[in-house]
Design a protein around this ligand. Sequence first.
Ligand code: NAD
Length: 299
Amino acid sequence: MVAALLETTPANYTRCTAVCESNTELQGELIVTTESEPLPAPSPNPLRSIKGRVAVVTGAASGIGRATVHALRNEGALVGALDISFPADHASTATSSEANTDTLLRRRCDVSSETSVIEAVAAVRSHFGPIDIVVNNAGVSIATPIADPSFEDGWLRTLEVNLTGQTRLIRACLDDLLRNNDGRIVNIASTEALGGTGGMSAYTASKHGVAGLTRSLAVELGKSGVTVNAVCPGPINTGMTQGIPDENKAIFGRRATAVRRYGEPHEVADVIVSLTLPSATYITGAVVPVDGGMTARNQ
Ligand code: NAD
């Protein structure tokens, strides 16, 4: 039996003591607001903040990468935004709305080149300091029907960018990530890491590879405090899906997902940011669908 004792305090909230007479373990205190004046603001937990942490994001010019740069900067991180499509000398060609700032450094980087990745990371490090957060997001989606004469070209390019590229960025940042035993790595996979689509075997294999890379590195780096997780976006409105007519997207979103729609890049970016928090110490090796419930849905 539970008795609730209510008492209004001078601080304008009600102290409600719920006493379970038959189970002393359940005895406790619950504080509920009853008046317009809010409770005193809780003191911020620094472990839930990435303010001042240095992040690198690949594929940062578009879609999920661009949204992730935005979300990380919103939370106070200093971000090296890397993309193959940024001009080589971005500083002299950027418009004022894109210009590099105290919290953003844009730099051209091709993740299929080890030299390009090493140079880009060195530039971010010399601008902001050692790297704390790696977001491996750059990706290409190339149709690779198995009988196609160009299959092998598509296969090699896809693996090079989507999978090997991720190892290059991690290796270039590894000493930085290990230095305080709290580095964060988030690899972008796909629901193609959990199932497959016909005609896309290179992409599907690359994303299964990202899941494997994530799990193995999580185990390898677990003792160090560096966490490694993967995010698996479902169908998201980005450059990668812009060729699909809106009508087809609407039909697919309704039919395939639980939320009945395509997702937006910021909905993936917010999950990525959560995995980069200093407090996210006990999630590693996770392969997390961010797919509007697509993989949960049977019909
Ligand atoms: P996007 O095309 O909008 O962005 C991809 C970015 O990667 C582009 O800016 C491109 O210039 C960059 N890029 C490509 N090759 C590169 C290279 N060699 N080096 C550096 N940058 C390179 O697509 P997106 O949907 O935002 O893709 C981001 C990630 O999300 C990819 O890994 C993709 O596989 C994954 N993903 C997307 C979806 C989706 O529905 N959009 C679903 C699942 C997974």
